[in-house]
Design a protein around this ligand. Structure first.
Ligand code: PMV
Length: 353
């Protein structure tokens, strides 16, 4: 008997230009385009196995060994339904293919890092889910096509289908068919950029991105300014900085956009605070580190960015990573030993006060 099963994995991505706000909550269409770097290190990944079998009674999913409910009309159900529809199309075009679209699927997904710790687990999770179903169904779909479906699981997931530097174009159409991810540059274009993750707090975040975004869209005047007058220019400028491998420009835009995203969260009614005192102390450290570099006639040496949580991601050229790690350990003596400080994308644990 043939076994229909496939495994795929996808890494976390961290945005430099933040996605924050939906213009369509069901299709997950954003109010602005965004751009991220996919972290290619092995220890920030979701790995997902999907299996289709006529003996299964219904679709089921396990996340880190615990079964999750697949709610009718929910995001998981939508992604599975869309992938199944693509397989069905294929089976209709080629009647010699086995009719596996009709079988229920069992899906097991595993994150090798804390789930929902502000480390974008939903991004890697939905990207791996869609990639594993694509392999199971042997779809000819390319990464941008799959990103249209991953987007409906979690917006930022659409960017994790590509490695390297990735843009999610917001699109204009009401059906979302032009709201997908594209590659800006592959990882090999600029291998010198590394990311250091400082885990300030690995607990589940207070305000989920879904409810936070909705409140921001409904109440923040600053968001309206950001989406019209700030993000379009920044998308163009950071894409250019990546093409030119201009770290100084990349860093300035990345930090400015993190700041504006958190300003928009604060501009929400009631206000949302994602960063804490440790997050702000890390910002102060990076600002001072850059100030000294510039005062000595140099350029920016590091860029911080924060998602919907207190954890810092620091992007820097590889040659600066050792120095930054030493600074963090000096000013945060409670920081845990770095697991992989000098490899690609090291992770660090900075415990709060
Ligand atoms: O895709 P979501 O709903 O997890 O939202 C992600 C939002 C941010 O991480 C804050 C920004 C981004 O572009 O990834």
């Amino acid at each position: 008997m043939t076994v229909y099963q496939a495994t795929a994995s996808a890494p976390v991505n961290i945005a430099c230009i933040k996605y924050w706000g939906k213009r369509d909550t069901k299709l997950i269409l954003p109010t602005n385009s965004s751009l991220s770097v996919t972290l290619d290190q092995d220890h920030l990944r979701s790995t997902t196995t999907s299996r289709a079998d006529p003996s299964f009674d219904k679709d089921r999913l396990w996340l880190n060994g615990v079964e999750e409910e697949i709610k009718d009309g929910g995001r998981l159900a939508t992604c599975i339904k869309e992938m199944r529809a693509l397989r069905k199309q294929l089976e209709e075009q080629d009647p010699s293919l086995p009719k596996i679209a009709a079988f229920p699927v069992h899906i097991a997904s595993h994150n090798n890092f804390p789930t929902a710790a502000g480390l974008a687990s939903s991004a890697s999770g939905f990207a791996a889910l869609v990639a594993s179903l694509s392999a199971l169904y042997q779809l000819p779909a390319d990464a941008s096509r799959l990103s249209l479906i991953a987007r409906q699981g979690s917006g930022s997931a659409c960017r994790s289908l590509f490695g390297g530097f990735v843009a999610w174009q917001m699109g204009e159409r009401a059906d979302g068919s032009d709201s997908y991810a594209v590659e800006v540059a592959p990882r090999e274009h600029w291998p010198d950029i590394h990311a250091l993750i400082c885990v300030v707090n690995d607990e589940k975040k207070g305000t989920s991105s879904t409810s936070g975004m909705q409140r921001t869209v409904e109440t923040s005047p600053l968001l309206q300014h950001r989406i019209k007058h700030v993000v379009p220019q920044r998308m163009a400028a950071i894409s250019e900085a990546i093409r030119a491998r201009d770290f100084d420009a990349f860093a300035r835009i990345t930090m400015a956009d993190s700041n504006q995203f958190h300003a928009v969260a604060l501009d929400t009614e009631p206000p949302i605070f994602y960063m804490n005192d440790v997050s702000r102390a890390i910002i102060a450290l990076i600002v001072e580190y850059n100030r000294v570099a510039v005062a000595n006639g140099g350029k920016l040496k590091a860029a911080y960015t924060y998602d919907a949580g207190p954890n810092a991601v620091i992007y820097a050229p590889k040659e600066n990573i050792k120095e930054i790690v030493e600074l963090i350990v000096k000013y945060f003596p409670q920081a845990e030993k770095f697991k992989d400080p000098f490899g690609l994308f090291g992770a660090a644990g900075v415990q709060p006060q």
